[in-house]
Design a protein around this ligand. Structure first.
Ligand code: TTP
Ligand code: MG
Length: 549
């Protein structure tokens, strides 16, 4: 059960104390000694430790919190900007100690400091542990893990001191040989404390949990399934035969859950990159009017665009999530999602234009109507929007593309071009009610060629036709900003007339040369064409916009 090969790593789990409340107290230190609750809608999502002494807990209703603490100060915490910023600062600080840092939500991080510990072990004499030690330590393992974890606890203390000094935050930490034990250890002594758990005490640590529902990553649904078989205590789970677990949970899940119950976890600390999706959702009183839905979605979109702008990447897919309320079958009130590809050109500008926002709203409403038949009565109790499939913002290439490629009028979505790819029903979380049937696919969409207008029938594609193509405007704008001068013979390359000079000056010299050359060649070629044809060329290229009549 306790394999020493599983003791080789040193993992720290760091959790920020009453996170949102601390951020607010740092912003406004006068709140420091007052009972503080962070409000989202009618819920206290967290409270500082002064308020917790009165019994104000996370996720309490505002009205209940006020009853037990009449002096409670409430700060609205619906704008996550500052919390997100602080969260990234914390992760950045932790990266000073290891490349292997994994973010879990906004206020938790795992660090794998195995290498750092290995380096430091040689230079250390006798090692003392820092902070609390969990469990019976009379029989500790002699494989070397004890020293490594003790050293890990010193590093954890150093990290927490640094977070305190540099960012003003108090944190808790758990130190162990795997992520599961480190995470549980972290919650054992709060706030502003750390706890070390040696491998031989892992089993005991699991047994100390109140119920199986408290085992990290076990999941709500699994806990419910187990409860149906009267397995609610960790000990009961540990003693359940694997065969019975397989019957209840299926083969893979049974093994996973069994391992968790014993404190075994070989999962690596994965380096966190940027999030795969950025989303926002809002539950609401039942909305039954299309105009109000659009208004709500517009508000959500505005908030979401701020997040996407902060992230800095460009999304390629847009998803809408809707929860319908069915008066007659309330158990059918679940979430449904639809998604589609969107053109990255919508995000070309530093700030999204109103025109582009309206284009997105049109797309969102089309998706909405794929889920909800607005001709019939409907009641919507939750709306969500998210962007996924991000690409990095193009740098110089975009200018190159303007010059090297023919420009076509593009739809703002790929609906019209690659239907198969764009609108597929999305599977969402297990609590959702998703109909994976063909009726939730978009209706057939004819392909359309360049510049081709579709018929007059008002359908999805026509909606998209109304959305004007950005390319022409962009090129015209570039032309206005340009001067038709030749490159300097010495160091300064002149800006081609079709490129924004300010942007051009930021580019590396070789790209400037390439752009100029490209411009010159295409211009020469076009001149030849014009003289041959004796009339304005019909090429569908950028030159079309550059030729002086
Ligand atoms: P937690 O780590 O669960 O709580 P906390 O950091 O506030 O308090 P603790 O000292 O016990 O660690 O959650 C982190 C933040 O996430 C929290 O400050 C507020 C937010 N949050 C929500 O938005 N909704 C929720 O339901 C919960 C539990 C937290
Ligand atoms: Mg926390």
């Amino acid at each position: 059960m306790n394999n020493v090969n599983d003791h080789l790593r040193t993992i720290i789990h760091v959790d920020i104390d009453c996170f949102y409340a601390q951020v607010e107290m740092i912003k406004n230190p006068s709140l420091m000694n007052l009972p503080l609750g962070i409000q989202q809608k009618n819920i206290v999502v967290t409270s500082n430790y002064v308020a917790r002494q009165y019994g104000v807990q996370k996720c309490m209703k505002i009205s209940d919190a006020r009853k037990i603490c009449s002096d409670l100060v409430l700060v609205n915490g619906e704008d996550l900007h500052d919390y997100r910023q602080m969260s990234y600062n914390v992760t950045a600080c932790l990266r000073n100690y290891s490349d292997l840092v994994e973010r879990l939500g906004l206020d938790e991080n795992f660090l794998d400091i195995t290498h750092l510990v290995k380096e430091k072990l040689h230079s250390n004499g006798s090692i003392n542990s820092f902070g609390n030690v969990f469990g019976d330590t009379s029989m500790l393992c002699d494989c070397g893990c004890t020293e490594r974890l003790k050293l890990g606890s010193q590093i954890a203390q150093e990290i927490r001191d640094r977070l305190r000094n540099e960012l003003g935050l108090t944190t808790c930490a758990g130190i162990a040989h795997n992520k599961l034990i480190a995470k549980i250890a972290c919650s054992k002594n709060k706030p502003n404390k750390q706890t070390i758990v040696f491998p031989n005490c892992a089993y005991e640590l699991l047994l100390s949990l109140e119920s199986v529902a408290n085992i990290p990553w076990l999941g709500h649904v699994t806990a419910q399934l187990l409860a149906q078989h009267n397995i609610t205590k960790v000990e009961e789970l540990q003693n359940t035969s694997i065969d019975l677990l397989k019957t209840i949970l299926g083969c893979d899940r049974a093994k996973f859950v069994r391992d968790l119950s014993l404190g075994n976890d070989l999962s690596p600390v994965k380096i966190s990159g940027k999030p795969q999706s950025i989303g926002i959702e809002d539950s609401c009183k039942a909305i039954s009017i299309e105009k109000e839905i659009e208004e709500k979605l517009r508000q959500l979109l505005n908030r979401l665009l701020v997040l996407v702008a902060e992230d800095g990447r460009i999304p390629k897919t847009l998803k809408i999530t809707v929860r319908k309320y069915d008066k007659h079958n309330s158990h059918l009130s679940g979430r449904e999602s639809r998604q589609c590809n969107i053109s990255t050109s919508l995000f070309n500008n530093l700030k999204m234009t109103e025109v582009n926002k309206n284009k997105l709203i049109s797309i969102i409403m089309i998706l909405f109507k794929k889920i909800v038949d607005t001709k019939k009565t409907f009641h919507i109790t939750l709306l969500g929007l998210s962007f996924t499939k991000f690409v990095e913002k193009p740098n110089t290439n975009i200018l190159k593309k303007f010059l090297s490629r023919n420009i076509e009028v593009q739809s703002v979505t790929d609906f019209a071009n690659t239907r198969e790819e764009c609108c597929t029903p999305t599977k969402v979380a297990s609590t959702s009610y998703v109909l994976d049937s063909p009726e939730f696919e978009l209706g057939p969409i004819p392909k359309r060629g360049k510049f081709q207008k579709l018929g007059t029938k008002r359908n999805l594609t026509n909606d998209l036709d109304d959305i004007e193509a950005p390319s022409k405007l962009k090129v015209a704008e570039l032309r206005l900003n340009s001067s038709d001068s030749l490159p300097d013979t010495n160091h300064n390359i002149s800006c081609p007339p079709n490129v924004n000079e300010e942007v051009f000056r930021e580019l590396p010299r070789e790209v400037q040369v390439e752009l100029w050359e490209n411009y010159r060649q295409t211009k020469d070629r076009d001149k030849q064409l014009i003289s041959r044809l004796g009339k304005r060329t019909k090429t569908n290229s950028i030159l079309h916009y550059m030729i002086h009549k």
